[in-house]
Design a protein around this ligand. Structure first.
Ligand code: AQP
Length: 329
């Protein structure tokens, strides 16, 4: 069985972009692949976090993994810091990543361009740690949204660099970017990605949003004056974004079908249909979340996951350190 790895960093509440671009696919893939799904709490602290908020977000993230349909008997679900080898291999990766490569990473460049102050070394070297997260499990595939593709490409380069220098140590992973929903945009500004760290939460639908609030966000989504439900990212980015959401929540209904369904109808009617789909999805997730959050399933899931993941990761770290001559044998 091929192995797949993915993670989410709960720097805030998980949102519809995380669900459509990542979580939904983790759930689809868990029957077909050996799935490792982790909560990237080391990546979370690359930006300042309030400790009590972070702790709540981590717990919610595990609960949401389960509520969205990840099954701990199929997928290995764990906290990144519970598998100590991630950080150690991360350091080794960092020592093999060139500054030029880190300088080209768009996520860091975007934050630099916004003139954000107090950016840290952790944020700068985060792609090296992400490479370690993937390579330590010899993952075949990494399902990611569009924004993370560049990091998987760096991971591939690092794997090849190590293999060339030290012998066959790592599997070279493939990114899996879905055709629909790989980049869900903000509802209030469709030129920006829907993001946890968005300044305004009007454009971001959180998975735990009150249904009335979520509906209101969809109904107030920025569109255009063309009055035509058509997939045209350049001229109708807002409508195209809503179509992505509608398609993805309707078993990837083709855009032509959506255009036909809403031909001659107003944006109000289309937005209502999108809001219905969003609320239907959120309601199912939230009902499961309520059952999970007060049970001990979170703890048992993480314990079981950390044990299984550590067995694979610790062995790989040992192989790497031996190959680099770092151990006395
Ligand atoms: N808007 C999005 N559309 C589609 N996929 C998305 N993902 C994130 N946002 C969207 C995908 O979700 C997975 C987990 O991402 P993450 O939360 O670890 O990091 P991120 O991409 O940096 O997410 P945010 O919300 O933008 O976080 P902040 O604001 O903290 O930087 C990844 O597969 C990602 O592609």
């Amino acid at each position: 069985m091929k192995r797949m790895l993915s993670g989410i960093k709960p720097t805030g509440q998980l949102h519809l972009g995380n669900y459509i671009g990542a979580l939904k696919h983790f759930v689809e893939y868990q029957d077909e692949y050996e799935m490792l799904a982790f909560i990237a709490n080391l990546h979370c602290i690359t930006m300042p976090q309030d400790p009590s908020e972070l702790q709540k977000n981590l717990t919610d993230c595990v609960a949401l993994y389960l509520a969205c349909g990840l099954d701990p008997n199929k997928a290995t679900i764990f906290l990144q810091t519970d598998v100590k080898s991630h950080a150690q291999l991360g350091y080794i990766m960092c020592c093999h990543t060139y500054l030029g490569e880190l300088n080209r990473m768009t996520q860091f460049k975007d934050k630099m361009a916004k003139n954000e102050t107090n950016l840290t070394g952790g944020l700068y070297t985060y792609p090296s740690l992400m490479a370690a997260d993937i390579l330590i499990y010899d993952a075949d595939y990494v399902p990611v949204g569009e924004d993370q593709k560049q990091h998987v490409e760096l991971t591939r380069d690092l794997a090849e660099r190590f293999n060339h220098k030290y012998g066959d140590l790592f599997k070279v992973p493939e990114p899996l970017v879905s055709k629909v929903g790989a980049r869900i945009m903000s509802l209030s500004d469709p030129s920006k990605k829907m993001s946890k760290s968005d300044d305004s939460d009007k454009g971001c639908i959180y998975l735990l949003d009150d249904l009335k609030v979520a509906r209101k966000k969809v109904m107030s989504a920025v569109t255009d004056s063309l009055a035509n439900v058509k997939y045209d990212v350049v001229n109708q980015p807002g409508i195209s974004n809503l179509m992505q959401i509608y398609s993805s929540l309707s078993n990837d209904l083709p855009f032509e079908e959506i255009e036909k369904e809403f031909a001659g109808k107003g944006y109000g009617e289309f937005k209502k249909a999108v809001a219905d789909k969003v609320c239907e999805t959120l309601e199912i997730i939230q009902n499961r979340y309520k059952e999970i959050i007060d049970s001990n399933i979170i703890e048992t899931t993480l314990q079981q996951g950390a044990k299984k993941a550590s067995e694979i990761a610790d062995k790989k770290l040992d192989d790497v350190q031996k190959a680099l001559g770092m151990e006395i044998i």
